[in-house]
Design a protein around this ligand. Sequence first.
Ligand code: GSH
Length: 297
Amino acid sequence: MALHGLVLPNSLVVLTAARSRPPVIIAGRCSSARFVFSSPSANTKLIVPSSSTNNPYPATDREEEVAGGEDEHELKLLGTWRGPFALRVRLALNFKGLSYEYQEEDLANKSDLLLESNPVNKKVPVLIHNGVPICESLAILEYIDEVYRGTGPCLLPGDPYQRAVARFWAAYIDQNLVAPWWKMFVGKTDKEKHEGTKQTLAAVEKLEVALRECSSGKPFFGGDNVGYIDVVLGGMVAWMQGTEALCGLELLDATKTPLLLAWMERFGGMEPAKAVLPDIDRLVEFAKMKRAQKALI
Ligand SMILES: N[C@@H](CCC(=O)N[C@@H](CS)C(=O)NCC(=O)O)C(=O)O
């Protein structure tokens, strides 16, 4: 595909596809990316950096070879096995049945590919599609959904109002659940931890209402199928399940949040989710170790 580049200050480049694709804002350039796309099964080729010293995520037999025919749709994801932001992208790729190459990043020793693909934030996830990096998990989800519209279920609803609602709750999850959860877990003072706990509990109660309204009695936020909010919140499932062990409180409760509790079990039990969601015990052990070291997770 022909791409037209416009160079902006700070080496940002806006690329617009010659065909129907919307502008893709990328940072830097990627030369070494290779991607594989095949449908319908979700298969991953796992690459773990040899320099990674703290990677307890084995190349499991669940994530083996890329199956299906290789063509020009090459996808590569840079992430970590435990990060809620990369996990939501992996969930989306799996639920849509897209194959991709996965590269595990060591955040203490970031790869050149990550640094050149996301020079602004230097964070994962980064999805690299035919050599073009896309950064920020929510933007990546929307990108996947648009580019692979004909493949697997649509994540975002077709109706503009419902789409706005889904984006609202995705932003809500980032601001009011992920960030406060983090404060509850690694807060520097008891006051900060207490504040994080209060905000996290308030957020799950609001999300219970959101699930009731968005699902209209169906199994998922997206209705009959997993949708945008499901994968966004899905990235937090293992962390939510590990909350008691990590923070000393049960996050979801059969009385206050029965729908979310059932959703979490239903979602976590689905094959595309099981393939990427971290083992809770391993996650808890790793998170405790990192908290003790006050290191990046
Ligand atoms: N808003 C970003 C957040 C990404 C993020 O915070 N990633 C963390 C890992 S969970 C990271 O790469 N941290 C490395 C660093 O801060 O240097 C997104 O949604 O993609």
